[in-house]
Design a protein around this ligand. Structure first.
Ligand SMILES: NC(=O)c1ccc[n+]([C@@H]2O[C@H](COP(=O)([O-])OP(=O)(O)OC[C@H]3O[C@@H](n4cnc5c(N)ncnc54)[C@H](OP(=O)(O)O)[C@@H]3O)[C@@H](O)[C@H]2O)c1
Length: 282
């Protein structure tokens, strides 16, 4: 059997680097071409198109994104990367006959109801969510063989994330953490492995929700982290979103339901593994 050639865009990012690691773990099955922003900036359609035509990938995985939710409110780069970039990648993937795996976010939903399945209708309330939703729509219009994977509250070894922030606060006695935003924290390595399975199982094209299982608030998640790393030392004070004003409005309840694929393991188990890996990498 010939190997599947996979281009991974945004390969230096938190998810991108775990995707590279996961697919490289199966060298007999996959040839992995990691592309950082320096090697290929997805904002430029001609560069994306000529690179894809030259590489002739079987699969393109787009983990490139503008992920700073606060900055997205005023930075044009968010729409250039999350919307136009997604369009460029969809068009070029179609042109070279590659399957496309693209990532989106729970922030495409307004958070009023939670429990969103793959068919729920997005209605974003901030610029990042809006640009990511436009990206999804571009993929559907300009792409042909695509998977759109929505996920939420990511943490991983190669990026700034909530778990690492909590770890950095362990010398304090108490912290104030938001208790009225609910989601499913997800480990990028678990997500990368679920993506490999999705591809390997040759699933139908379409939208998927891939998240670790267990819905919680940021305050609950902080409590879970401190219970693992500094039991009984840290007091977690609950505050509301109103007490922590931000430029970007945050959706309140963006729990994603995975109704199409085997469920990923629990947030608790994933976090334990992450903390173990974190300890051995620092
Ligand atoms: N982080 C979360 O909590 C979260 C939640 C839900 C969904 N997601 C989605 O999951 C995906 C991965 O997120 P992540 O947290 O891994 O993101 P990340 O760590 O911010 O990584 C994004 C990567 O994209 C690269 N990039 C930025 N602009 C680019 C451009 N114009 N051309 C090519 N590459 C570019 C970045 O390179 P530089 O570092 O060099 O700028 C970076 O390596 C994204 O689609 C995101 O929207 C993330």
């Amino acid at each position: 059997m010939s190997k599947t050639k996979i281009l991974i865009l945004g390969s230096n990012g938190m998810l991108g680097s775990d995707l590279v690691k996961t697919f490289r773990n199966r060298p007999k099955q996959y040839t992995v071409i990691p592309l950082t922003k320096k090697k290929l900036d997805i904002r430029f359609s001609d560069r994306v198109s000529s690179r894809f035509l030259a590489e002739k990938p079987d699969v393109v995985i787009n983990a490139a994104a503008f992920t700073n939710v606060e900055d997205a409110e005023s930075n044009i780069l968010s729409s250039e990367i999350n919307a136009t970039g997604a369009k460029n990648v969809a068009q070029a993937s179609r042109q070279c006959g590659a399957k496309l795996i693209h990532f989106s976010t729970d922030y495409v939903f307004n958070g009023e109801n939670g429990q969103y399945n793959e068919d729920s209708v997005p209605s974003p309330i901030n610029a990042y969510g809006h640009d990511k939703y436009t990206g999804e729509q571009f993929i559907q219009v300009y792409g042909s063989q695509f998977y759109i994977i929505r996920t939420s509250w990511l943490y991983g070894l190669n990026g700034k994330n909530f778990v690492d922030t909590m770890i950095s606060l362990t010398n304090m006695k108490e912290v104030n953490i938001i208790c009225d935003q609910i989601g499913k924290p997800t480990y990028t390595l678990d997500l990368a492995m679920a993506v490999e399975k999705l591809l390997n199982d040759d699933c139908d094209y379409g939208i998927y929700h891939l998240v670790n299982e267990g819905e919680m608030s940021w305050a609950d998640f902080a409590r879970m982290i401190f219970n693992n790393i500094a039991p009984n030392k840290m007091k977690v004070n609950h505050i509301t979103s109103e007490q922590y004003p931000t430029k970007a409005k945050r959706p309140k309840n963006t729990v994603l339901l995975n109704t199409k694929r085997p469920l990923l393991r629990s947030v608790h188990e994933a976090l334990e593994d992450y903390l173990f890996a974190w300890t051995h990498s620092n």
